[in-house]
Design a protein around this ligand. Structure first.
Ligand SMILES: Cc1cc2nc3c(=O)[nH]c(=O)nc-3n(C[C@H](O)[C@H](O)[C@H](O)COP(=O)(O)O)c2cc1C
Length: 293
C-alpha cells in the first residue's frame, strides 16, 4: 500500500483533513498507543495563520442531515506559537508532518512559507486558499488568475513540497487546480467545506442567544462537511485529476474504505479523512487496513 507523494514515501494513502484530528490532544487521550498505530500515513496540522486567532463566536457547530456545518473560524496560536509550542511535539509523531497555513496577502503567505521552510521537522506545506483577499474580499483560491499570481509570488519562498488546498466554492474548480499547477504547486488537495447556512429552528425551545429565524452560527455562514458532500467531492476530484498533471489529495465525506477507493479510482493519489475522525478517531487506520485487504 506504500505510496510516493511529492518525494515522500508514505506507508499507505490515507491522511487526515486539516483541522479534523488534533494529534496532540489525541495523544493525551489515547497515550502512546497512538504511536503504535497512528491512524494516518502523514499528519496535516490545522491551519496556522501569521497572528493568533481566537476563532468565531459561538455557536460554531450544527449537525445537519448527513453532515456537519462548522464555523470554527481557524482558531490557532499563530505562527510563532505553533513553531515554539506545537511543532516540537508534532515532530515526534511517527509520520511525516504537513503544516497547513493560510494568509490573506502574498506577503503574509510568503512569511508563513519562509518560516516553514526553515524547519526540518516540516516535510511539506499545505496552503489553504479559502481565505478572502484583503483588497478584493474574494477568496484567493476562487479566482484562477488571482490564485496563479499569488502562487508565482510565494512559490520561491520554500523548497518544500507545496500542496494547494483548493476551495470548492468556485465556479470552475479544475481551472483553479490548473492555475495552482501553473503557479508552481506540487500537489492540490480538495475539497474543503462547502459554504452553508442554517437558521435557528422555530421548534427550538428554551433560552438561546440566537433569535428565532436568524442564522444559527455565530459567524453567519459555515462550511458543510461529512457524508452529505461526498458526491460533490467525487465529482470535483475526478474533474481535477483528469486535467491536472500534479498529484491530487481527495477528501470529502470519506467514512469507509469503499469511499476512499472511489476517490483513488477517479485519480486521487492520497485520500484524507475529516469529519469521520470526530466519530471514530481511528477511522483512518481502519480505512487504510481495509483498503490494503
Ligand atoms: C471542524 C472542522 C475544522 C476544519 N478545519 C480546517 C482547517 O483548519 N484547515 C483546512 O484547510 N480545512 C479545515 N477543515 C476542512 C477539512 O480538512 C476537509 O477539507 C473537509 O471537512 C471535507 O472533508 P470531510 O467531509 O471528510 O470532513 C475543517 C473541517 C471541519 C469539519
Amino acid at each position: 500500500m506504500s505510496v510516493e507523494f511529492c518525494g515522500l514515501r508514505l506507508v499507505h494513502p490515507v491522511i487526515n483533513g486539516s483541522g479534523t484530528f488534533d494529534a496532540l490532544a489525541a495523544r493525551e487521550a489515547f497515550g502512546t498507543a497512538l504511536n503504535v498505530e497512528f491512524p494516518f500515513a502523514a499528519y496535516v496540522s490545522k491551519t496556522i495563520t501569521l497572528e493568533p486567532r481566537r476563532g468565531n463566536p459561538p455557536p460554531r457547530l450544527w449537525e445537519a442531515s448527513g453532515g456537519l456545518v462548522n464555523s470554527i473560524g481557524l482558531p490557532n496560536k499563530g505562527l510563532e506559537g505553533y513553531l515554539a509550542e506545537d511543532l516540537p511535539a508534532l515532530a515526534s509523531l511517527p509520520v511525516p508532518l504537513i503544516t497547513n497555513v493560510m494568509g490573506s496577502t502574498a506577503a503574509e503567505i510568503s512569511e508563513l512559507l519562509e518560516a516553514c521552510d526553515a524547519r526540518a521537522e516540516i516535510a511539506a506545506v499545505e496552503l489553504n486558499v479559502s481565505c478572502p483577499n484583503v483588497k478584493t474580499g474574494l477568496d484567493i483560491g476562487a479566482d484562477p488568475r488571482q490564485l496563479e499570481e499569488v502562487l508565482r509570488t510565494v512559490r520561491p519562498r520554500t523548497g518544500k513540497p507545496l500542496i494547494v488546498k483548493l476551495t470548492p466554492n468556485a465556479a470552475d474548480v479544475s481551472a483553479c487546480a490548473l492555475a495552482a499547477e501553473a503557479g508552481g504547486a506540487n500537489a492540490v488537495s480538495l475539497i474543503n467545506t462547502l459554504r452553508a447556512l442554517v437558521l435557528r429552528p422555530v421548534s427550538r425551545k428554551g433560552p438561546s442567544a440566537v433569535p428565532e429565524r436568524r442564522p444559527w452560527l455565530g459567524a453567519g455562514t459555515g462550511g458543510l462537511s461529512g457524508p452529505a458532500i461526498r458526491a460533490v467531492a467525487l465529482a470535483q476530484v475526478a474533474a481535477v485529476a483528469e486535467r491536472a498533471q500534479i498529484p491530487v489529495i481527495g477528501m470529502g465525506g470519506v467514512s469507509t474504505a469503499a469511499h476512499a477507493r472511489d476517490l483513488l479510482d477517479v485519480g486521487a493519489r492520497l485520500v484524507a479523512v475529516g469529519t469521520e475522525s470526530f466519530r471514530d478517531p481511528v477511522a483512518g487506520a481502519k480505512i487504510a487496513r481495509e483498503l490494503a485487504g
